[in-house]
Ligand binder design. Sequence first.
Ligand SMILES: NC(=O)c1ccc[n+]([C@@H]2O[C@H](COP(=O)([O-])OP(=O)(O)OC[C@H]3O[C@@H](n4cnc5c(N)ncnc54)[C@H](OP(=O)(O)O)[C@@H]3O)[C@@H](O)[C@H]2O)c1
Length: 289
Amino acid sequence: MLSAQDNIQLNNGLAMPLIGLGVYRCSPEETIRSVQAALAAGYRLIDTATAYGNEEQVGQALRSSGVDPAGVFVTSKLWISDYGYDEALRGYEASLQRLGMERLDLYLLHQPLTAHFERTVAAWRALAELQAQGRVGAIGVSNLDADQIEALIGETGAVPAVNQVELHPFFSQPALRQYHRQRGILSMAWSPIGGVNRYWLDNAQRLGDPLRHPAIVSIAEAHHKSAAQVILRWHLQNGVVPIPKSVNPVRIAENVDLFDLELSPEEMAAIDGLDTGLRGGPDPAMIGA
Ligand SMILES: NC(=O)c1ccc[n+]([C@@H]2O[C@H](COP(=O)([O-])OP(=O)(O)OC[C@H]3O[C@@H](n4cnc5c(N)ncnc54)[C@H](OP(=O)(O)O)[C@@H]3O)[C@@H](O)[C@H]2O)c1
């Protein structure tokens, strides 16, 4: 049976765990506690970002957890205010300093900066240079569409290993995932259990909550699992790496206790059928525009 410590291979050969913990909207104290709880529960992938303001606490938790930090895959992201070639190199150094690490496993451009796409390209060139120098395990992007990724590849020749995007049963992005597969880019799911539909503005009323959808609840009941476990398992069976966030140790453990679950093709198709095409988060193209 697989576990949270098993890996999927990125397009440059680097092994990345199948599931991780996200720490967006975690206070510094919550970050330390949840990263420690996650490592104790078997997680070996932590997803943070400069914009989350908690890289320092991720580093502290890694060093105090009792788990060998070298065996933990750490992802962080460059914020748009640091786009540009030199700015991106400085941004990477600053992240390493805050984390107290010499090298990241995966470093992502957090968003496209559509109003100044040339700065997005320059930042991507800097990340490609870091990778060429062996200073980072793999590089990728977040919240980019297929045309933006093609533009980056066209300008630099560097294909992202990962695109981290909003991805859950109500917004499952089949066309983008198909493009990722063709290009050998791994789909990484943010808000994998639909968190953004609960915490963002008036989404809960407008878009609903995948954890409460009757089709998902009934699949969960049939397997004696929770709705969150069913959704996370659906991601894994789709070849997607989910990074659920929780500050609750019970839910942190619950979210990786899904390797004994197998969804049937019919159950997978039923969840695939819940896509509304409506994103819960803001349109990435509008951020910083
Ligand atoms: N690249 C980007 O632009 C971007 C954007 C957003 C997020 N992310 C990344 O993706 C990660 C996850 O996304 P997210 O935080 O938006 O949403 P999520 O992981 O889908 O959902 C998190 C929410 O669900 C709750 N929850 C967690 N496990 C649960 C369970 N088993 N049962 C019921 N509720 C549960 C959490 O509450 P408790 O904490 O109280 O358990 C939290 O409110 C982030 O932490 C971040 O690392 C990236």
